[in-house]
Design a protein around this ligand. Sequence first.
Ligand SMILES: [Zn+2]
Length: 419
Amino acid sequence: MARVLGLQCIRCGAPYPAAHYARDCPACAPTVRANLTIVYDESLRRRRPKPTSAASRGLWRYGDVLPVAEEDGVSLGEGGSQLHHLSRSGRSIKLRNLFAKDETRNPTWSFKDRLACMAVSSGKQLGAKVIVSSSSGNAGAAAAAYAARAGMPCVVFTFKGTAGPMLTQMRSYGAKVVAVENKPDRWRFMEYAVRKFDWFPTSPFFGPVIGSNPFGIEGYKTLAYEVVEQLGWKVPDWCILPVCYGDALVGMWRGFEDMMAFGWTDRMPRMVAAEVYGSIGAALADGSDAPPDMPRAFDTVAVSIGATQGTYQALDIVRRSKGAALKISNEDMMYWQGSLASEEGLYVEPSSAAGLAAAEQLAKSGHLGVDETVVSLLTASGLKDPAATAKWQSELVTVPSNLEDAIAVLTAAEIFPGN
Ligand SMILES: [Zn+2]
């Protein structure tokens, strides 16, 4: 199998040992904080056959392409999610080949299971004793579930205001959940624990954020393999992702690079970041190498992607792929959350709908051609934060028990047809 040789800086390529996962690149740090990435031996990117119908579904379907072998993996049946053709949504924004990768069907109902599976499995191999994550919800829930599956203790640093269902979910898996008063505090507390107690971080754990655990990010490569196979081994023209720190965008890009080397594909897609505060977009506009920290100009409905600063590597890939970064408003996110549910039967978290809002903007501005293939990543289930949806819904119709009065109410509400 492809063997992990170590790590290297994603920006300057400087090599580091595998145990350096809990740091960034010291050589780049004075200019831009940059994450590290896994280096495999040369067998990884040799030409290889496509998986046959006999291959398993999910993360390990594509062979020895991950830092952990299937038999050593901590698994809950992650990956292998559906790719839906969105015919009605596509028609409404003049895109014939609009697709959604439905990550809500993962074991903890979000795409973070791909990351948590790889990170916790790698942590176990590296001898980690405690899993630690910082999270507004999805990453923490995934880390907690996979730690439970591995029989390892887990601590999650979250903050006041985290959606109730996600808080309950994290605690149900047995994680010790801590809510900090001020968001930046979590970096100080987590960094202390990682350095002092050698806890294994699956998420970012110091600021400014450089991205998540490099072993975990490898799990996102499988998103690219699955999408290409589901499209009949065709590369989509565009991939649109809701972006917080851009870990999935970076991992997915690495998957597309792999497939070129495997001989499965012959081109790369363009990558789009759907953001809340526009950090990557600002860096693209001014040609800078480091996404700026943007003002928190309003409260977002999309807590999962509510970061004010993007990462170097997400910016680099959006730029190199000739992609785009778009700011998405609360109104557009909630419109698309409602539309995906009522028009396509897909109830997703507000942040998950950001990709569709970005597709609409790009279609209107003429950047997306009507026949181009566009894949939007639906990152997590709407049931993670139903209160966010409820706030935007109309009042529930209630009826009295008297039939005549009920008919009057139901007719006025246009549920019963009028005369
Ligand atoms: Zn570097």
